[in-house]
Structure formats: structure tokens, C-alpha cells
Design a protein around this ligand. Structure first.
Ligand code: 13P
Length: 260
């Protein structure tokens, strides 16, 4: 995906049952006009992903897994692998802050999961971000640095082209506590400079970076206008098809503006 295309991902988290998910997709597909300049991705629960993969028109929406296990198969009760998701999803969220903080996922886990995505042709969306206390202690840049190094340790330059990075400050997720554009700009500069250090200037310029954390239709345009932000990862506001469509529309406006 080129950086002039905006990427909008709706992370439904543990919401919507089969019936609700199907209705939602039906409703959203009637609202969204397919645009070449915006890629729309839905990340439903694993329960609904298989049936939605049959329902969605992949030219209109792609699917993402919210999580996966890094082994391809075996005795791992309760887990689903990248190999099993191959062909069903185009993306997978890796290292979401809820995985890190509620389910104790480590950087080593994210690293293995990114490898599993790459070998199964799934684009990993590596989620990184500092907590409120790390922010208060002035550690935000160090946290981003560690999570990037930790997640990308085995990723080659060629493979990096498939990786998306999502900056989601933990204190802004689900709180309505909006990160200021200045905070996001600082994080994006830190991420690109770290990528430059690891992979060189071209990779730093090309890597796709999303922002996530309490983004709503009325704040989406401000985040999309930030230099170096290529799209959004939306939680709560993606659960309402109208609100999510408004955000997709903002992404289209932003892409059209950037072309002028
Ligand atoms: P909210 O948009 O609900 O803050 O969630 C953000 C998020 O965690 C997306 O992955």
C-alpha cells in the first residue's frame, strides 16, 4: 500500500455477535462508497470473521484479526493461528495495548506473531504506545523505541514494507482523552527516526503509521492532517456504521486534499 492511500481500521474488540456483525456490514456496505484512496479494514471478533469473509466484498472492505497465535498449528487449546487465518484476513493487529496490559503479552510475543503474519501473507499492524504513568515520567519515547525494537527484531527491510505501525497511547484508548496533535506529531517523529536508524531513510519515509485512541468523526480530520499519519485505528466509534462511515469520508477528503 502506498502512503498516499489512507488506511482506516475499525477494531470492534469483543463487541457484536454474529447477527449484529452481519447487520452492521450490510448497513456499512450501503453507506461506504469504494474509493481508491482509502482502504477500509474491519477487525471483528474471531467468532464472526469466517462468516463475514463470505459476506464482504473485498474490494470494499478488508478484514483483520484482532490477535492470533504465532505457532502455525499444534496443541494450543483456545488459540487460532496465522496459518488458519491465511486467505481470510489481510491484516492482523499485533500487540494491541489490551493484549499487552490485560493478557500480559510481551515484546517477544509480538515479535513471534509478526513473523507468523509475514510467513502467512498477513500484514501485521504493530500497535505501540505508552501508558499514562510512562508519559508522566517522560518515558514515552523510550517505550515506543523498546516496543518497536522488540516487535521488529527479526523483520527484514523487504518484510518491513508489509508492516503497519499503529501509535495508540494507552491513556487515550477508550477514555475520550484525546491526544493533542503535538503529542502525536512527536510520537510519529520518534517512530520514523527509529525506523530510519534500523532500516534507513527510504523505509522511514515509506512506513505506514496510524493513530488510534478515542478518535471520533469530529476529530478524525485533525489527526489525518498530522504530517506522517497515514490513517486511523478506531475502536468505539467504529461500532456505529454511520459514525464509522463519517470517518471514512474524512479520510477520503484528507487524501483528496493531499493530492492537490
Ligand atoms: P477507542 O477508539 O475506543 O479509544 O479505541 C482505540 C483502539 O484501541 C483501537 O484499537
Amino acid at each position: 500500500m502506498t502512503r498516499d492511500k489512507k488506511l482506516i481500521i475499525g477494531n470492534w474488540k469483543m463487541n457484536l455477535n454474529m447477527h449484529e456483525a452481519s447487520l452492521y456490514v450490510h448497513q456499512l456496505s450501503g453507506l461506504v462508497q469504494s474509493r481508491r484512496d482509502v482502504e477500509v479494514v474491519l477487525a471483528p471478533t474471531l467468532l464472526t470473521i469466517q462468516s463475514l469473509s463470505l459476506q464482504v466484498d473485498r474490494r470494499q472492505f478488508k478484514l483483520a484479526a484482532q490477535n492470533l497465535y504465532w505457532r502455525d498449528y499444534g496443541a494450543y487449546t483456545g488459540e487460532v493461528s496465522a496459518r488458519q487465518l491465511r486467505g481470510i484476513v489481510d491484516y492482523a493487529l499485533i500487540g494491541h495495548s489490551e493484549r499487552r496490559h490485560i493478557f500480559n503479552e510481551t515484546d517477544k510475543d509480538t515479535r513471534s506473531k509478526i513473523q507468523a503474519c509475514i510467513r502467512n501473507q498477513i500484514r501485521p499492524v504493530l500497535c505501540i504506545g505508552e501508558t499514562a504513568s510512562e508519559r508522566a515520567n517522560g518515558e514515552a519515547t523510550d517505550v515506543l523505541h523498546d516496543q518497536l525494537i522488540g516487535g521488529l527484531a527479526n523483520v527484514t527491510s523487504d518484510e518491513l514494507e508489509e508492516v503497519v505501525i499503529a501509535y495508540e497511547p494507552v491513556w487515550a484508548i477508550g477514555t475520550g482523552d484525546n491526544a493533542l496533535p503535538d503529542d502525536v506529531t512527536k510520537a510519529v517523529v520518534a517512530i520514523r527516526s527509529q525506523i530510519k536508524h534500523l532500516y534507513g531513510a527510504t523505509a522511514a519515509k515509506n512506513v505506514c503509521i496510524l493513530y488510534g485512541g478515542s478518535v471520533k468523526a469530529d476529530s478524525a480530520a485533525d489527526y489525518l492532517a498530522i504530517n506522517g499519519i497515514d490513517g486511523l485505528l478506531i475502536g468505539g466509534a467504529s461500532l456505529d456504521a454511520h459514525a464509522f462511515n463519517d470517518i471514512i469520508q474524512k479520510a477520503h477528503d484528507s487524501a483528496a486534499k493531499a493530492k492537490k
